[in-house]
Design a protein around this ligand. Structure first.
Ligand code: IPE
Ligand code: IPE
Ligand code: MG
Length: 238
């Protein structure tokens, strides 16, 4: 697989920050007459492969949507299974540190199982000095919830009305001090954000595809990045 491809004479630009909505696990399983849990297991494996690939090509930031604040509406059995897969991933997360990937979790972790919270902190602490890919995993994450959380933090720090600036809100989001996502990828054939990074994605480029997440491979990521290179980002200018 070519890692750095050249487009005619100009070198391809890698977005600084890619965000992915890892959707379509359930439909992937259904197509194969498997339980939805098998889809989540396949999605989790694919996530590890894609994160490693992103690190290999030199991407600086990757943010993945693993569980939303709305996903609690699912049957308890499915939620429990997703949390079990997440825990297994965390137990294995030390491998990321060995690969120089810095892991950070975004979302409201306070309601998660205490053992999961402990493992999350452990993997963040263990990978803090990694200098490769910065990997944000969004778990119990909701964009609106994040903005409410940011405004509350500002008020709790006695901010005055004039202190509530775009910069101040950005600096109180879970993604404080990180660049906004340049490119948002959503496989699975849905054309919506589902409450993902709604503040940060104000000027992101979007890429949608019918591929179901467990089938989304590095070659598909490469195609998406090629498409990103054909976009003309103006940010309101000319
Ligand atoms: C994404 O796959 C995983 C989570 C939301 C946790 P889905 O489970 O939403 O898969 P589909 O959309 O039902 O196919
Ligand atoms: C978005 O997928 C959340 C994650 C991928 C974690 P959903 O499957 O929950 O989104 P909707 O319900 O189709 O909007
Ligand atoms: Mg879905």
């Amino acid at each position: 697989m070519p890692i750095f491809k050249r487009k005619e004479t100009t070198e391809r630009i890698l977005p600084t920050h890619i965000a992915i909505i890892m959707d379509g696990n359930g439909r992937w399983a259904k197509k194969r007459s498997l339980p939805r849990t098998a889809g989540h297991a396949a999605g989790s494996k694919n996530f590890k492969d894609i994160a490693r690939y992103c690190n290999k090509i030199g991407l600086k930031y990757l943010t993945v949507y693993a569980f939303s604040t709305e996903n609690w509406k699912r049957p308890k059995e499915e939620v429990d299974n997703i949390m079990k897969i997440f825990k297994e991933y965390l137990e294995d997360a030390k491998n990321f540190k060995d690969e120089n990937i810095q892991v950070q979790f975004i979302g409201d972790r306070s309601v998660l199982d205490p053992e999961i919270q402990r493992l999350m902190k452990e993997s963040e602490d263990a990978s803090r000095d990694a200098t490769g890919l910065h990997l944000n995993i969004a778990i119990n994450y909701g964009g609106r919830d994040e903005i409410v959380h940011a405004v509350r933090s500002l008020i709790n720090s006695n901010a005055k009305a004039e202190d509530i600036t775009e910069e101040a809100i950005s600096q109180n989001l879970y993604t404080a001090s990180q660049p906004d996502p340049d490119f948002i990828i959503r496989p699975s054939g849905e054309y919506r954000l589902s409450n993902y990074l709604i503040w940060q994605s104000a000027y992101a480029e979007y890429w949608f595809s019918d591929i179901l997440w467990p089938d989304f491979k590095p070659k598909d990521l490469e195609k998406a990045i090629d498409e990103y290179n054909r976009r003309n980002r103006r940010f309101g200018g000319v």
